[in-house]
Design a protein around this ligand. Structure first.
Ligand SMILES: [Zn+2]
Ligand SMILES: [Zn+2]
Length: 164
């Protein structure tokens, strides 16, 4: 625990801890407040928090967290894939939103919201959320997007010829 208070850089992003530090909810990393803010948007954050609370109730104060999977794809790779996905959006009838995964995309592609983070259309709910996150300077990391999850499971539609 000594290292936690003496270290000067964030375990996750390498940034300075001068603004403050906290323990990750997912693992034992000492992270900056910016990384913490991002972490709270992780789809599994609730699960991580629940597990932590459950362990504390059991008397385990040294729970190491449920772990956080490593980033599989670079932002560039994800953006590339999303740009391809946009081509499919323009041509086909893909109803799911690449950001949240909900089946609520409008039939006319351009009637949805163009993401601020990648060249792709997202649903209205995500569009509104992106605007709020952008105001706070803290966008939802691309690796948390629904589509990225599909890429990781190799289930993402990437070739529009395969879409029926
Ligand atoms: Zn950080
Ligand atoms: Zn959405």
């Amino acid at each position: 625990m000594d290292k936690f208070f003496s270290q000067t850089n964030c375990d996750r992003c390498g940034g300075s801890l001068i603004e403050g530090r906290t323990m990750s909810m997912f693992n034992e990393e000492c992270i900056c407040l910016n990384c913490k803010e991002k972490e709270t948007k992780h789809p599994d954050y609730q699960k991580a928090q629940d597990a932590d609370i459950a362990e504390i109730k059991k008397g385990n104060y040294n729970f190491g967290g449920i772990g956080m999977k490593n980033k599989v794809f670079s932002d560039e790779r994800i953006k590339e894939a999303l740009a391809q996905f946009k081509q499919m959006q323009m041509e086909g009838d893909l109803k799911f939103c690449p950001r949240c995964g909900e089946q609520r995309m409008r039939d006319v592609p351009t009637h949805n919201c163009l993401s601020r983070q990648a060249d792709v259309y997202v649903c209205e709910v995500c569009g509104a959320e992106e605007a709020i996150y952008a105001m706070n300077g803290n966008p939802l990391p691309l690796e948390y997007w629904h589509y990225t999850g599909l890429m990781e499971m190799s289930q993402a539609p990437t070739d529009h010829k395969q879409v029926d």
